[in-house]
Design a protein around this ligand. Structure first.
Ligand code: CO
Length: 217
């Protein structure tokens, strides 16, 4: 007996619906993918990349992990970024965090949770880095929101620092890195004004984005 029959049924219905709306959809996609965007987002089931930005299969290359973290030595994330930038030639990398992120919330506290502490350490580093700003916020909820925003800005910076993105810019490839945040309450995205399109912009855009966060307190 096939397990999870309801999911296979949903899959057949979905494929049928797509075929009825676009008869050559799957045939076209088997030829090649040519997405313009790389989405780096949280693994949270409430933040599905394609649905949020209304794109079909083939239109966005996706990498997701707990709390949308980009670590300089994470071979998984780096491989995705390399493939997206060097082979697919995406023009935009979107780092998208979300308010209410469980990974960020766990990093707010120093309780020991197990193996994931090693992953959350990177967000705790973001927290320590911006401790003075975070300490100025009295409401724990607002402090949590702020850490979600700061985490996106720091991960944008990490993406820009990778050898892959650095080399793409050095060779004149058109590539923009964006930092967005998604609100579960209304399903809307917000741009955190971290758009970076070349190496020279990294430090000034980063500084401005952090200043803006401090002013929003
Ligand atoms: Co999350």
């Amino acid at each position: 007996m096939r397990l999870l029959p309801e999911l296979f049924q949903k899959n057949r219905q979905w494929a049928e619906k797509v075929r009825s709306e676009h008869p050559d959809f799957f045939t076209k996609l088997t030829q090649q993918q040519s997405p313009h965007y790389l989405w780096i987002g949280c693994a949270d089931s409430r933040v599905p990349a394609n649905e949020i930005i209304g794109l079909l299969p083939g239109e966005v290359f996706v990498h997701r992990n707990v709390a949308n973290v980009v670590i300089h030595t994470d071979i998984n994330a780096l491989s995705c970024i390399e493939y997206a930038v060097c082979v697919l030639k995406v023009e935009h990398i979107i780092v998208c965090g979300h308010y209410g992120c469980g990974g960020v919330k766990a990093a707010q506290h120093d309780r020991h949770l197990g193996l994931i502490d090693n992953w959350l350490r990177h967000i705790r580093d973001v927290r320590w880095k911006h401790e003075p700003m975070l300490q100025r916020i009295e409401s724990e909820q607002r402090r949590f929101d702020k850490l979600c925003e700061l985490n996106v800005i720091e991960q944008v910076n990490n993406v820009c620092s990778t050898t892959i993105v650095q080399q793409a810019w050095a060779s004149g490839q058109s590539l923009a890195v964006h930092g967005w945040i998604y609100r579960l309450e209304d399903g809307l995205l917000q741009d955190l004004n971290t758009l970076i399109t070349n190496s020279d912009e990294i430090s000034s855009v980063y500084r401005l984005a952090i200043e803006q966060e401090a002013q929003k307190l």
